[in-house]
Design a protein around this ligand. Structure first.
Ligand code: OAD
Length: 237
């Protein structure tokens, strides 16, 4: 039987690389609720604050490394595709650790390493210049202030058409390191379950969207995910 494996990751997969999870930090940043920084309204009201928040998070990227969970998922992708099964890795994370480990993730919430021009629509990648006190102009139309290419609260995540199609063919759904608190990603597990897929959930704490039908694997991603990948690859061969 040919499978389609859908992996959804969240902040927990990068926790062992030293990136603090959203709800692990109490959902707060310098006393602000994350929801008050990560919105289009906040960008309008106080762009300097929002810029500082994302520039500080961008500056972390060169200093952190993929961990064994990222590497195991890259191995899964390569081996699953090589044996003719379907595969999608969709991440809610805006860091670049999956691609640095060798995966080709879909970044449904955007990427810290990219900027978006609200004037001409150009999205461009750049991982230099982490100054928190200077906005960046658009390299194409020269609009003075590009925004982070991040999907904020109230905005529609990227690649939803691709994701819906992939979910429709999913036979094995794996949720890794996400609290299941933010829609629409939180609903993917239920959708896969209701379509009859095998559902595997790994996280440090039980996520809010867990059901007794799911196989739950608690622990740290860098230890649990490599074992899970070994087991899966054995079961597929
Ligand atoms: P959360 O911070 O809500 O949840 C992190 C999950 O990772 C929790 O279930 C933890 O138990 C688990 N976890 C923590 N450390 C772990 C470890 N070492 N190994 C395995 N699991 C671990 O992060 P997300 O669910 O990713 O959206 O958050 C979803 C979205 O909410 C984010 O993409 C972001 C945020 O607001 C936007 O920015 C649009």
């Amino acid at each position: 039987m040919k499978h389609f494996i859908f992996v959804l990751t969240g902040a927990g997969v990068s926790a062992d690389s030293g990136i603090v999870t959203f709800r692990g930090a109490g959902g707060l940043w310098e006393g602000y609720k994350i929801e008050d920084v990560a919105t289009p309204m906040a960008w309008k009201r106080d762009p300097a604050l929002v810029w500082r928040f994302y520039q500080m998070r961008r500056a972390q990227l060169p200093a952190v490394q993929p961990n064994d969970a990222h590497r195991a998922l890259a191995r899964l992708e390569i081996e699953v595709r090589a044996s003719g099964h379907g595969f999608a890795l969709v991440t809610q994370n805006v860091d670049n650790l999956h691609e640095r480990a060798g995966s080709r993730p879909v970044h449904m919430h955007g990427e810290l390493a990219r900027f978006l021009c609200e004037q001409c629509g150009l999205s461009h990648g750049d991982l230099t210049d982490f100054r928190t006190d200077a906005f960046r102009p658009c390299p194409k139309c020269k609009f003075p202030r590009v925004r982070p290419d991040i999907v904020w609260f109230g905005e529609v995540p990227y690649r939803m058409d691709f994701i819906s199609e992939a979910l429709a063919s999913t036979t094995i759904f794996i949720s890794i390191g996400t609290s299941g608190a933010v829609d629409p990603a939180a609903g993917f597990l239920k959708e896969a379950r209701s379509r009859g897929a095998r559902t595997i959930v790994h996280s440090l704490d039980e996520p809010g969207n867990l059901s007794s039908r799911d196989e739950f694997l608690p622990g740290n991603a860098s230890e649990v995910v490599p074992r899970l990948v070994d087991d899966l690859l054995r079961s597929l061969s």
